[in-house]
Design a protein around this ligand. Structure first.
Ligand code: UD1
Ligand code: UDP
Length: 375
């Protein structure tokens, strides 16, 4: 049996690792440990619970208003101690969070091969998104296997010198998670208060580089939209981060057609994405999901490490400029022909079989290591 630890720290890591964890756990050839850093507490649990996954180990590193130094060092120490006590043949990390980087370092220090799921994404600007671009660049320097969602991501890895035979284009596992969830949707209570025929917009925002004034500007764009359009409702599931909540509540709390909620369970969130006319978000995962659902997304960033969402997909960059948010939102609300063009756009992030591909590659690699061929 191949011993493999799957690391998750935050909500998106849980959602995107879940389909792979489920496949590996069903397969008798792997001994799987789900290793939660606990960088997120309730948001991580909420996401894991939907996929009926329980963490085998939880480092519980989260602190109120935690610093990057705290998360990095606590994850490095915690994952290191776990590996010392429970030796592994492989450590799987996902994406670009501080958990990803800390865990990759702990594996690297012990010579445990690190597999990076969602490898190769690049904005090519270390400050945007911060600190995620640095996290994924550094994690890829430390990794041995690269699961790139798209050909463009694989090309980024080649340019940085990652060995060709270790780079695999698999699609993004978020599409696996989304398709699985679309078959398991319940009734989303949060939609009970939304008139069935009225236009609904979904908004999320949490990026570190937007804390403070940029986030306030985003909210002012949304407030202007509600004032300009007599019927539109905007649903905002608030991220748990107090630095985000304070600003959004201050700027949008007084509008009767803005609905502020706690984070939604993944199936409820998918139902709301489906029900919305379009989405306004700075999230990475939502850009990918929206492309599969053919929903327009106004991306609250100045650049994206997911160029596919813009080139052939459903994303439109608006940054944090209130006027751009208002202009593009009104265009989407008032021009059904324009909205219709999004239904014809591509789905560049995968076909729902990324996890199967990754499982097969892991097996080949670990079999070859056990046979003394790999390394
Ligand atoms: C983190 C990731 C970001 C990812 C995002 C997904 C880093 C540096 N940031 O950002 O890449 O896109 O998660 O959501 O890795 N909190 C709670 N309960 C929770 C989760 C968070 O109370 O379940 C609060 C805590 O006060 C915590 C704060 O939010 O200190 C910030 O959490 P943190 O993980 O540091 O940053 P995020 O903004 O969530
Ligand atoms: N999501 C969720 N509930 C919510 C908001 C988001 O389940 O209330 C899901 C969303 O569908 C996507 C992921 O969480 O899969 C995105 O998480 P987040 O925006 O926190 O992180 P990012 O993708 O920006 O790293």
């Amino acid at each position: 049996m191949h011993r493999i630890a799957c690391v998750v720290g935050t909500r998106p890591e849980a959602i995107k690792m879940a389909p792979l964890v489920r496949l590996l756990k069903e397969d008798g050839r792997f001994a799987v440990t789900v290793l939660a850093s606990g960088q997120h507490s309730d948001m991580l649990q909420q996401a894991l619970a939907h996929f009926r996954i329980a963490a085998d180990v939880n480092l519980n590193v989260m602190r109120e208003r935690q610093t990057l130094d705290h998360v990095t060092s606590a994850v490095l120490l915690g994952v290191g101690a776990f590996l010392d006590g429970s030796p592994q043949d492989m450590l799987l990390v996902h994406g670009d969070t501080t958990t990803t980087l800390g865990a990759a370092m702990a594996g690297f220090y012990r010579g445990v091969p690190v597999g990076h799921v969602e490898a190769g994404l690049r904005s090519h600007n270390m400050a945007l998104p911060f600190p995620e671009e640095a996290n994924r660049v550094l994690a890829d320097r430390l990794a041995s296997l690269f699961f790139a969602p798209t050909p463009g991501d694989a090309e980024n890895l080649r340019r940085e010198g990652a060995p060709e035979e270790r780079i695999f284009v698999t699609g993004n596992t978020v599409i696996d998670a989304l398709l699985w969830t679309l078959g398991n949707l319940g009734r989303a209570e949060v939609l009970d208060g939304v008139p069935e025929d009225g236009p609904l917009v979904l908004m999320t925002a949490h990026r570190r580089e937007s804390w403070g004034e940029p986030l306030a500007r985003i909210c002012r764009g949304v407030a202007a939209l509600v004032e300009a359009h007599p019927e539109v409702r905007v649903l905002v599931p608030l991220h748990k981060n107090p630095a985000v909540r304070e600003v959004v509540r201050r700027e949008l709390g007084g509008f009767s057609r803005v609905i502020l909620t706690e984070p939604l369970s993944y199936p409820d969130f998918v139902s709301v994405m489906n029900r919305s006319l379009f989405i306004v978000s700075d999230s990475g995962g939502i850009q990918e999901e929206a492309s599969a659902l053919r929903k327009p997304v106004l991306i609250l960033r100045d650049l994206s490490e997911r160029p596919e969402a813009i080139a052939s997909g459903t994303g439109v960059l608006v940054g944090t400029d209130p006027e751009a948010i208002l202009r593009e939102s009104l265009r989407l609300l008032e021009d059904p022909d324009y909205r219709g063009t999004f239904l014809k756009r591509g789905m560049p992030f995968g076909d729902g079989r990324a996890s199967e591909r990754i499982r097969d590659i892991l097996l080949d690699y670990l079999d070859s290591l056990a046979g003394g061929i790999g390394g």
